[in-house]
Design a protein around this ligand. Structure first.
Ligand code: 5GP
Ligand code: MN
Length: 319
């Protein structure tokens, strides 16, 4: 079997894929994890990443594994285009495709069956439920606990977001009893960058952030020249969209980065503003109610103008 996830896997995507892979290996299955793209340093310490196949780098081998797979597990994404250059290959496969995901409005027609539950904090929580539900709690070892905890921390904003229901804390208590070293994981996720990334954040907050007080909104637009100047790598911009949320009154934060092939948007809100609907309506994206992403093929300046235009229609943000 093959386990895959969304492009540029974050802690939840990589953590859930690896946790499930470790579990299936313990059950005697032959299983490989294929990532559509490379991944950030802040997930590279997770047990098992050394065996993960990067589709873009090992396309022939990955395609062979996919062709031979009887089951394809699709974790932490809800529509095939989130796997970037793997999209057409995944669509063409005739094997059983199982979805395990917590994003809104899954493209159910693309999957044979699965679990899609937006009430779940993370896909890692769903993998934990899966293992417990199978009666295999005793198979949760340190590697599995580490991967699950990393994804839960990542997707709950360190147990802060509304998605952090009581069951999440119960899960953590259970993992702690099984020997989880949580401090090590926080260091791996958050204290694992180079100096240039912190200097880049300073530059961006000083020069690239605009506060639109009328809409209780913050906008950060990053040109490609900044990425080059600060030698920014995959994962270095993760979490940047959260900084403006520390300003009193800011309820909506938007970040756009000029990537080579597209302008990539991230949206975060507090309370009653639906980022998923906003991203779907205007920026070819989606995600969760309080966190979503999207894209644009316009130039950076154009897509920023589009954003300001559509923001002016979001009257709920002015109240
Ligand atoms: P991020 O801003 O961290 O890239 O993404 C926030 C959330 O929205 C994540 O849960 C991510 O999976 C989802 N997301 C990001 N970009 C897209 C997109 O283009 N389409 C969809 N459907 N979801 C996205
Ligand atoms: Mn997730």
């Amino acid at each position: 079997m093959v386990i895959t996830t969304h492009q540029k896997p974050d802690a939840d995507a990589m953590g859930s894929s690896l946790a499930l892979a470790h579990y299936f290996q313990k059950k005697g299955h032959e299983v490989r994890v294929i990532s559509p793209t490379n991944w950030a340093g802040f997930v590279n310490w997770m047990p098992g990443t050394a065996e993960v196949i990067n589709y873009e780098q090992q396309i022939t081998k990955a395609n062979q594994l996919l062709d031979a797979a009887d089951v394809l597990f699709c974790l932490d994404f809800n529509i095939f285009y989130r796997t970037k250059s793997m999209t057409e290959k995944l669509k063409s496969l005739t094997c059983t495709k199982v979805l395990i995901d917590h994003h809104q409005e899954p493209d159910t027609a693309s999957f044979t069956f699965g679990v899609s539950d937006t009430s779940k904090s993370s896909t890692c929580e769903m993998v934990y439920d899966f293992i417990i539900g199978a009666g295999d709690a005793d198979l949760i070892d340190e590697n599995i606990a580490t991967c699950i905890y990393a994804g839960v921390v990542g997707d709950t904003g360190s147990f802060r977001f509304a998605s952090t229901h009581a069951g999440v804390h119960a899960l953590v208590a259970d993992l702690k009893r099984r020997g989880l070293d949580h401090g090590k994981i926080h260091e791996g996720l958050y204290d694992n960058f180079l100096e240039n990334r912190l200097r880049f954040i300073g530059h961006v907050l000083l020069h690239r952030m605009e506060i639109l007080y009328e809409y209780n909104t913050a906008l950060i637009a990053i040109p490609k020249s900044d990425l080059v100047q600060f030698n920014i790598r995959t994962g270095d911009t993760e979490g940047l969209v959260n900084y403006p949320q520390s300003i009193q009154g800011i309820r909506f934060a938007a970040l756009v980065i000029d990537r080579d092939e597209e302008r990539k948007w991230s949206f975060r809100s507090k309370g009653a503003f639906d980022c998923n609907t906003f991203a779907r309506a205007y920026f070819e994206g989606g995600g969760h109610y309080n966190a979503a992403g999207g894209r644009s093929s316009q130039t950076l300046d154009e897509t920023v103008s589009t954003f300001k235009q559509v923001l002016s229609q979001q009257l709920s943000l002015t109240q």
